[in-house]
Design a protein around this ligand. Structure first.
Ligand code: NAD
Length: 333
């Protein structure tokens, strides 16, 4: 099967090629993202393979259908960037990698918390310059603190277990409660209650119309003063303008984000010689209590291997007419 693979870096090619050796699909790699401007590159392809920041809207899907594309294989779990209704209308199947390594993302959320709290990033730079002072590096014990988790699916569960290991008290909000977490002592309550009681809040729900800007001024007002907010899920869960305003007022004490609302113009690229046009991320980077990583929470060897393995299997299953275990369909279907 001929597949146009978009938004690829060296590591994507390495892992996909390794797992494609047996399957033998014809993978055509592009560094460019898939969107309405690049859809012509798919002419003659049976499928496309895309990542988190490709924009597969109705217009792009129409172009894919006209070029004969029959399957969209996402190399990620989230699918907020695909118009599923349009795909269904044009008879294009959509598959994803539902769980490649929940631990990878959960562990990165923990890394953001530890770094923001204990300021290891600042200590590293200080010591390299022979500055052995401890001034302004004071942190707090995680043991005994209250951690709020929004969304206790695969990643949320892994994250709760890590934080329980630190001796934290866990509160969670989700549409569905995890019996396993409840048995471990995690308390389920409303979204507002989680905001009220938590010293640290970590977001692990998907981006949907209901969760868009979930963390806005109104939500922040319900949080404790000096709260730490961590987002390794999707950027648009947080209203960036409201977060900046809360940081300026010192209501938000710490912000750790691996995702950003407008990340598709920035993340995964070396822009070190460019002039950044996004004033909001530039403002965020000026705060000493903000830590930004560029969507790397998933980025472990284990996760890359699992993403490649599942993606190739999804394509092979489609080619062989088998049941697509990882297919996603619009709610109405
Ligand atoms: P999942 O589907 O297993 O769990 C999501 C949970 O969120 C579910 O339990 C769901 O019921 C819950 N939920 C939905 N709407 C909610 C709401 N309004 N309030 C509270 N809970 C709600 O997904 P997952 O594998 O745990 O992944 C979670 C998200 O993490 C993905 O949607 C994706 O956006 C993000 N993610 C980020 C990275 C990264 O590298 N930063 C990697 C993988 C996934």
């Amino acid at each position: 099967m001929k597949v146009a693979v978009f938004n690829t870096k060296s590591y994507d090619r390495e892992y996909l090629d390794r797992h494609n050796e047996q399957a033998g699909h014809q993978l055509v790699y592009f560094e460019a993202p898939l969107n309405n401007n690049t859809v012509n590159l798919t002419l003659g392809c049976d499928g496309v393979c895309v990542f988190v920041n490709d924009i597969i809207d109705r217009e792009t899907i129409k172009g894919l259908a006209e070029n004969g594309v029959k399957i969209i294989a996402l190399r990620c779990a989230g699918f907020n960037n695909v118009d599923l209704s349009a795909a269904s209308e044009y008879n294009i199947r959509v598959v994803r990698v539902p769980a490649y390594s929940p631990q990878a993302v959960a562990e990165h959320a923990a890394a953001l918390i530890l770094t923001l709290n204990r300021k290891t990033h600042k200590a590293y730079n200080r010591v390299r310059e022979n500055n052995f002072s401890l001034e302004r590096l004071v942190g707090f014990n995680l043991c005994g603190k209250t951690v709020g988790v929004i969304g206790t699916g695969k990643i949320g569960v892994a994250f709760c277990k890590i934080m329980l290991g630190f001796g934290c008290t866990l509160f969670a909000s989700d549409l569905y409660e995890s019996a396993e977490l409840k048995q471990l002592g995690v308390v389920y309550c409303s979204f507002s209650e989680v905001l009220n009681v938590s010293n640290i809040i970590s977001l692990h729900c998907p981006l949907t119309p209901e969760t868009y800007h979930l963390i806005d001024q109104k939500a922040i007002d319900q949080m404790k003063d000096g709260v730490m907010v961590i987002n390794t899920s999707r950027g648009a869960l947080i209203n960036t303008k409201d977060a900046i305003s809360a940081l300026k007022k010192k209501k938000l004490g710490y912000l750790g984000i691996d995702v950003y609302e407008e990340e598709e113009k920035l993340f995964f690229n070396d822009l070190s010689e460019s002039i950044i046009q996004d004033d909001e991320i530039s403002r965020l980077m000026t705060f000493p209590n903000v830590l930004i990583t560029a969507h790397q929470a998933f980025f472990t060897r284990e996760a890359l291997g699992k993403i490649a393995l599942t993606t190739i299997q999804n394509l092979t299953d489609f080619e062989e007419g088998l049941f697509l275990i990882n297919e996603i369909r619009p709610k109405s279907v």
